[in-house]
Unconditional design. Structure first.
Ligand code: HEC
Length: 158
């Protein structure tokens, strides 16, 4: 497709011919890069999930938190949904780095977030906590292969 377009663009008269060959599809707005999605949506949603349930021990003893209100559960549910949909977004347009392993990792993120979604729908704090590790591994597996040549790598990932 790219080659055809290049050739057609070389002849000014045929530019419309090239446009006509664009694959039909919904008019997607692809303004966000993979990095944009990571920084603006995916990381925030993962944080919402990872922070939803926890326990710390300090001088006052054990301090445990988990979602309590419907609103708090809805927020966790939304975070899991956003991660699932983000996996779809990573597979769209020119975002995939290849048609193979990238797709597998994106799907793994979807599957991991689906575990979190199920836990959120069941309002099960322990399952939410456990799903955090599954999600973390899905992020990490892709980063190990594709997040390269970046000195800051990992700095914003807990
Ligand atoms: C399918 C691959 C893939 C998956 C899955 C993935 N990432 Fe990424 N991520 C990348 C790539 C690639 C980059 C580096 C940006 C680039 O090269 O465009 C990145 C960069 C980032 C960044 C840095 C953004 C910046 O501002 O520089 C954060 C934060 C991040 N990812 C968080 C996550 C989290 C959290 C998850 C899991 C919930 C996740 N990513 C899952 C591929 C992935």
């Amino acid at each position: 497709m790219r080659t055809t377009c290049g050739l057609l663009l070389a002849g000014a008269l045929l530019i419309t011919g090239c446009a006509a060959e664009e694959p039909a599809g919904p008019p997607l707005d692809m303004r966000h890069t993979t990095r944009d999605l990571m920084a603006g949506m995916i990381d925030a949603s993962a944080d919402a999930l990872w922070d939803a349930v926890g326990t710390i021990w300090d001088e006052n003893g054990e301090n445990h938190w988990e979602p309590e209100t419907e609103e708090e559960w809805l927020a966790v549910t939304g975070a899991a949904m956003t991660l699932i949909e983000s996996g779809n977004l990573l597979m769209l347009g020119n975002r995939p780095r290849d048609d193979d392993q990238w797709m597998v990792f994106s799907q793994e993120m979807i599957d991991a977030a689906a575990v979190a979604l199920e836990a959120a729908r069941a309002q099960d704090p322990e399952a939410i906590f456990d799903s955090g590790e599954v999600v973390y591994n899905a992020c990490n597996n892709c980063h190990n292969i594709y997040w390269v040549g970046d000195e800051q790598r990992g700095r914003t990932i807990p």
